[in-house]
Write a protein that binds this ligand. Structure first.
Ligand SMILES: [Zn+2]
Length: 413
């Protein structure tokens, strides 16, 4: 058993505690509260909080860091990424695997302890397990002209099960890419698979670009052109004449176990619908800027009580996998959202959306002690505001009760 005291403890499940303490037994939180006077290791001027949750990334694209330039038009970015990926056809290419490993290490070093990772190849499941990072891997399927979605889904499920780790650390489920790249039949078979696996969650890119809105509304625009170019357009597909949220809801695909990624273009009725379905939107504001689709309406998400989590998206559209930097961008575009709400999104709500909230996301008795200490400069009076202002990896230390005195900015009480 090890106890720590710190200038600030942020349980997330309750108010920040000034001069708080945490006791850890067998890797789990045994107690959290006011300062203990004896026997605790004093961490000094730090904020102790649960590790962050990066609810949306694509680690297998880490080799594309700095390769795809920022763009004004989303389709330019899509075309660039498709062209580059064709140059790396082997998912086991050491350049892909090494970059993904480095991405995982970078996420960890910047305080992330749980990851929602989208993969087309499943190579990241093993890498996450090797790095001992709990994760929900979404095995992403996309085919606009899927002719046999049943067997496609069945085969994907077999691969997903084979890739999941036996210890439950890395879970694997199926996820459709987006409304404009997946056929209605494939949405239906993925949904049936999700229904057959009640403990699992899925995700879908939703409402990311204006081009998606136009295509789902009218069947026209740059997406239509690209689908025709790729020779996957089919006249059997009829434009839903709806928003992407209405469309997928009408297909019966949406519920609380489906994460809606991005939501940049959503407003009013769509947000109402997400709220009434108890869904989580995963906001990735830095990526949205990078690919030219604008900024997500974060203040509207919070104002309409839509549950928000955060993701960095992949290194093909963001400079780093530091979720604290994502929070800083969220703070910049949503100055009226409380810092406390942003921090809750980056921890508890991310863990809940990924289905890992029994173990992670808050400092509460019984949960895993997966904690970080963030060094605070002198004179911080609003610790929550400070933490959403951007934190560099050099200021973050993982609390390791196995070696309580190693690596910590600690002194004995
Ligand atoms: Zn994505």
């Amino acid at each position: 058993m090890v106890s720590y005291t710190a200038e600030w403890v942020l349980p997330i499940a309750g108010q920040p505690i000034h001069h708080g303490s945490i006791t850890i037994r067998d890797g789990r939180i045994a107690a959290v509260g006011e300062r203990l006077d004896t026997g605790a290791i004093d961490l000094g001027r730090v904020a102790v909080m649960p590790a962050l949750v990066n609810a949306h990334t694509h680690l297998e694209l880490s080799y594309l860091r700095g390769v795809i330039p920022p763009t004004e038009r989303f389709l330019d970015w899509i075309r660039a990424i498709m062209a580059t990926r064709r140059e790396y056809p082997d998912p086991r290419d050491p350049r892909i695997l090494d970059a993904a490993r480095a991405g995982i290490a970078e996420a960890k070093a910047s305080g992330t302890g749980l990851i929602g990772d989208v993969s087309n190849t499943l190579v990241t499941a093993r890498l996450l397990h090797e790095a001992r990072v709990p994760a929900q891997v979404f095995y992403e399927l996309l085919r606009f002209d899927a002719s046999d979605p049943e067997s496609m889904t069945r085969e994907a499920r077999a691969k997903a099960d084979a890739a999941a780790s036996e210890d439950g650390l890395v879970r694997v489920s199926l996820a459709p890419h987006a409304p404009y790249s997946v056929s209605p039949g494939l949405f239906a078979t993925i949904r049936a698979d999700l229904d057959a696996h009640p403990g699992q969650v899925s995700c879908v890119h939703l409402g990311e670009s204006p081009e998606e809105m136009e295509f789902i509304r009218n069947g026209t625009g740059p997406w239509r052109v690209l689908l025709e170019e790729l020779q996957v357009w089919t006249d059997a597909w009829e434009a839903p004449e709806a928003s992407p949220v209405e469309y997928l809801d009408a297909l019966g695909f949406l519920d609380r176990r489906v994460l809606a990624v991005h939501g940049v273009q959503l407003e009013g009725d769509d947000l109402d619908r997400l709220h009434s379905l108890d869904m989580t939107v995963v906001a990735c504001p830095r990526s949205n800027q990078y690919v030219g689709v604008g900024s997500p309406p974060l203040e509207a998400f919070y104002a309409m009580n839509v549950s928000v989590a955060f993701g960095t998206d992949s290194l093909a559209s963001v400079q780093d996998l530091n979720l604290f930097s994502e929070l800083a961008e969220a703070r910049r575009i949503a100055p009226r959202v409380q810092a406390r709400s942003l921090l809750e999104s980056a921890t508890r709500l991310g863990a809940r959306a990924l289905g890992f909230d029994e173990e992670f996301g808050t400092i509460e008795e019984g949960k895993r002690a997966q904690l970080i200490a963030v060094r605070l400069p002198e004179g911080v009076d609003d610790v929550e505001e400070y933490l959403v202002g951007g934190v560099e990896p050099g200021a973050i230390v993982w609390i390791d009760p196995e070696t309580p005195n190693a690596n910590l900015p600690a002194r004995k009480a």
